[in-house]
Design a protein around this ligand. Structure first.
Ligand SMILES: Cc1cc2nc3c(=O)[nH]c(=O)nc-3n(C[C@H](O)[C@H](O)[C@H](O)COP(=O)(O)O)c2cc1C
Length: 167
């Protein structure tokens, strides 16, 4: 797919087929996140790939939607603020770096014919316990990953003039 076509085709997918994601496809998607840029090239990101059936089923306690746990893969994307670059005014870039890596992952998944849905409304305390996350990792996003079982219409966007100012 042409790059702009990938961007246009991407949707948040909230229904998944149970077909497994092929290993080589999964690795390409994760590798797209790996090569993402980060402030001062610190790469303060960590991904947990959850495929184990029992663990995936328990993830419903973290985000209580059946479609979320029906996908064959769930990815937990964490930032590691202690490793991230900090601007001189103290701003920590861990979230920004994590978000760029996650967007690379999401677009690569789209190019591979796979669906994702950025999940921000998860229960952090339950996720930390379930995955036994060390304190230095901050979970920022979850996504299911799998073959879509729906083809949603594009959601509306503001016109360009509402977000861009030319000077
Ligand atoms: C930071 C962020 C958090 C989100 N959290 C959730 C979520 O918790 N649950 C959900 O179903 N969708 C979530 N979404 C998906 C958005 O609802 C979706 O991107 C938006 O409605 C536009 O639709 P589209 O992705 O299909 O273009 C989130 C998206 C982003 C970027």
């Amino acid at each position: 797919m042409d790059f702009y076509e990938v961007i246009r085709q991407r949707r948040s997918i909230r229904a998944y087929r149970s077909d497994p994601v092929e290993e080589d496809r999964l690795l390409r998607v994760l590798d797209a996140a790996r090569v993402a840029p980060s402030a001062a090239n610190r790469q303060p990101v960590h991904f947990t790939v959850i495929r184990d059936d029992a663990l995936r089923a328990k993830m419903v306690e973290v985000y209580s939607q059946q479609w979320f746990v029906q996908a064959p893969v769930i990815i937990c994307a964490c930032a590691r603020p202690s490793e991230a670059w900090q601007r001189s005014d103290g701003k920590n870039y861990a979230d920004v770096d994590l978000t760029i890596a996650m967007d690379h992952l999401i677009l690569a998944a789209t190019a591979e014919g796979l669906g994702t849905c950025w999940i921000g409304a998860f229960k952090q305390d339950k996720l930390r316990k379930l995955l036994d996350l060390p304190p230095e990792l901050e979970p920022v996003a979850l996504t299911p990953l799998g073959y879509p079982a729906e083809k949603p219409d594009a959601r509306p966007r503001k016109p360009l003039d509402d977000m861009v100012e030319h000077r």
